[in-house]
Unconditional design. Structure first.
Length: 283
C-alpha cells in the first residue's frame, strides 16, 4: 500500500494513520455487502455475508447514513475498515465494481476482510512507529510495515489465499514491546494494573489508570467517567457503551476511532489530540 513517506518521524506516521481511514466515496459499499451481522443491540436484523444491506443505494452509498443510530445500526457507526474498502475497490480490482461485473463479486467479498486485517495491522504499526520511546524496535517495525504493505498490494488471488494469523503473531510482540517502552517511564503502573480481564460494567469512575495495559480487556458499559487513562494501552480493548465522560485519554496507545465511536463521552473527554481521531458526533 502506498502511504505518505515525505514527512519526518511522528508526523509521517500520523499522516499514515489518517490515510488508513475509510473513504466511502471511493468504495463499492463492500462492508455493506461482504460482512454479516446479527440482530442485536448493534443491528436491527440478521444479514448474511455477501448479501447487500437493504439500505445500500445504487451509487453504493448508504440511504440512512445520517440516521443509522435511529434505525438501530449502531454497529455501522462504530465501524471503520482502515481504508480497505477503497483499496480493494480502486487498487486490487482496478475500479471494477461487483454490480457491473457480477463475476468478480465473490472474490471481491473474500478479499475485503483480508485487506481490512492487513490495514488494521498497518495502523497499529504506524502508531508504534510514532512513539519516540520505541526507537529500539523501529527498525523491525519498519520492516514489518513494508512487508504488510506489499502483501496488501498483492493480487486478488494472492490475497484470497492469505492467512493473516501468522503475521499477527509476528507483529504482536513488536507492538507489545513498543507499548512497554512508551509506558516504562510512568511510575506505579504495576500497582494500578487491573487484575481482571473482564471489566464489563466495572465501576472505574475517577480511576488512576495511567500507563496501565488494558489490551484486549472487556470494558463494555464500564464507568470510566473522570478516569485518568493517560498513556494507557488500549489495543483491542472493548469500549462499547463505556462511559468516558470527563476521562483523560492523552497519549492513549493504540486507541482507534471505532473504539471512540462505540463508547460514550462528552465535551469534557480529553482526546489524544491526533489528527486521525475525532470526537464522535453522538457524544
Amino acid at each position: 500500500m502506498s502511504l505518505p513517506s515525505e514527512l519526518p518521524g511522528a508526523a509521517r506516521e500520523s499522516e499514515q494513520r489518517t490515510a488508513l481511514r475509510a473513504d466511502c466515496a471511493e468504495c463499492f459499499g463492500l462492508c455493506c455487502v461482504a460482512l454479516p451481522f446479527s440482530a442485536s443491540a448493534d443491528f436491527p436484523a440478521d444479514k448474511r455475508a455477501g448479501e447487500p444491506c437493504g439500505h445500500l443505494r445504487a451509487d453504493f452509498g448508504c440511504g440512512i447514513h445520517a440516521r443509522l443510530r435511529e434505525h438501530g445500526f449502531r454497529g455501522c457507526t462504530a465501524y471503520d475498515c482502515f481504508g480497505a474498502g477503497q483499496h480493494v475497490s480502486q487498487h486490487t480490482f482496478g475500479a471494477r465494481d461487483w454490480r457491473g461485473q457480477p463475476a468478480l463479486a465473490q472474490r471481491m467479498f473474500e478479499v475485503f476482510p483480508v485487506v481490512e486485517r492487513l490495514h488494521e495491522l498497518l495502523w497499529y504499526v504506524a502508531e508504534a512507529l510514532s512513539l519516540p520511546e520505541a526507537r529500539p524496535v523501529h527498525g523491525e517495525l519498519r520492516a514489518a510495515q513494508r512487508h504488510i504493505g506489499e502483501l496488501a498490494d498483492g493480487s486478488a488471488e494472492e490475497l484470497a489465499g492469505l492467512d493473516v494469523a501468522p503475521l499477527r503473531s509476528t507483529v504482536g510482540p513488536l507492538l507489545t514491546h513498543a507499548s512497554e517502552l512508551a509506558r516504562s517511564g510512568i511510575p506505579g503502573t504495576r500497582a494500578r494494573q487491573p487484575r481482571r480481564t473482564d471489566l464489563a460494567g466495572a465501576d472505574l469512575k475517577g480511576a488512576d489508570l495511567r500507563g496501565v495495559s488494558l489490551r484486549s480487556r472487556l470494558l463494555i458499559a464500564a464507568d470510566l467517567s473522570g478516569a485518568d487513562l493517560r498513556t494507557a494501552e488500549l489495543l483491542g480493548t472493548d469500549l462499547r457503551d463505556a462511559d468516558l465522560s470527563g476521562a483523560d485519554l492523552t497519549g492513549a496507545l493504540y486507541l482507534t476511532q471505532p473504539q471512540l465511536d462505540a463508547a460514550r463521552g462528552d465535551a469534557a473527554t480529553v482526546l489524544p489530540g491526533r489528527p486521525d481521531l475525532r470526537r464522535p458526533a453522538h457524544w
